[in-house]
Design a protein around this ligand. Sequence first.
Ligand code: ADP
Length: 552
Amino acid sequence: MFGLMQDRPLMISSIIRHASRHHAQTEVVSKTIDGSIHRTNYAALEIRARRLVRVLQTLGIGRDDRVATLGWNGFRHLELYYGVSGMGAICHTINPRLGPKDIGFIIDDASDRVLFAETSFVALVEAIAPAIADTLRAVVFMCDAADMPQVSLPPGMAGLCYETLMAAADDEYAWPEFDERQAASLCYTSGTTGRPKGVLYSHRSTVLHAMAISAADVFGLRAVDRVLPVVPMFHVNAWGLPYAAPAAGSALIMPGRHLDGASLTQLMNDERVTMSAGVPTIWMGLLNYLRSSGQRLHSVRSLVIGGSACPRLLLDAFDREYGVRVDHAWGMSETSPLGTFNAPGQASAAYQGETLLRHREKQGRGIFGIDMKIVDDAGAALPWDGLAQGNLLVRGAWVASGYFGEAPGSACDADGWFATGDVATIDALGTMEITDRSKDVIKSGGEWISSIALENIAVGHPDVAEAAIVAASHEKWTERPVLVVVARDGCTIEVDSVLALYRDRVPSWWLPDAVIVVDELPHTATGKVHKLTLRMRYRDHLLRAKEISDLR
Ligand code: ADP
């Protein structure tokens, strides 16, 4: 017997409709490219999103068509999120930090019909346009007529102005209802492990994820919150905040491209931001700025950190020096992205001092809706004892089942488990800790050494700005860890003092065999250290060093 409850489809448009009816005057504040502040509210934004659908229709966009964006976090990008998905087309957000070749590949792979781009990307658009002239019909610049740039596009590809198109359109449009499993948005993984692959989110997965991340033990969003997504809208849908905030009635404060410590501090204080989320590099920049300027954050209650392991320095410093809680989260493009969140539980709430810090370094419990397990290389489940390290597998209603263009279910096993490519432990409280990505793990004499644990210790050194551990080939142990570090401005790194930090914190056989000081580390388009480049560069470092010492 079925239950007798209404079977309403979970539609992305229902979020903006809800916000416009129940939180009509709640603000969406955007810092524009020129640094000025633009203000609107959910009622006005919903009307503009409907007007945008009319624009899209005149551009020939229909159900299932892909519409690409190269945009910062701002109100027009938000209108695109709702307009494109709301009409049944697919919003394909592209990371502008990828190289032109990768972007060309992605647009071609997705068969994007129209591209919406900020005016700051004119040169990038001109560089990619010739290669995608067959696919793309038009580029719409996200600006007023007065700011419309000069642009040279191939014949047949129109260069249009967002506000001119909007001014000519009406908003006579009613949001349609359709199958909640329809695709809504598309996001390519940054391709650190090969060709970028498209993750295709549905209306259902997006709405469920938005509801799950608002929960009290995740982002804890309320109608009195003012949320600043530092994480870009082109990086896994800004971790779901552009959906979760309007659903909860929280105001959205959009930083545009201004992500340095000084700009963020000013925006957070001027706009009374209560919650924000981003990758560790951003928060390091903010912390350094606060420390050097003597400024404080007046309204922020929580900073969520994810995307890379959160160094203990950040967990500790924001709390102790500024009274701001730092929350650690884990996820990936394929998990929409939120998978785990480290909120206090019945037992861990009593932790203090070192025990508490050590616990908070972990990535947290699976949020409701996400099931997880760790397995050995043969696929056998490993115990949740905090010690056994294994491949992390997840499944849930917002976990990818296949990549764009591939068959449903092709990205997971017969029971629906998706292999994350991360290596993790899970303790008796269910707290998961990422120890590595499977390809970064260092296998020394048959034992695994966690590169993340070693990196976290290195960045705790006062002279170290950034650190990466990579595996270098070794005659006897197969692989040994090598530490590559960048010095903080004006500091000189003493190798012995860095190594001394490890002494009582990790087993002696985990100590890096070499410390290499460099001017900078290579980064991926999402701001993570490009381990693959480093691995190639330093793979033979120890063998070469041995050859030289043998010759002497
Ligand atoms: P890419 O795979 O291109 O880096 P994603 O943004 O999907 O793009 O990255 C997901 C990966 O980032 C995860 O599989 C994990 O390795 C890493 N990651 C995300 N959050 C954390 C975290 N809190 N701690 C450690 N690693 C993390």
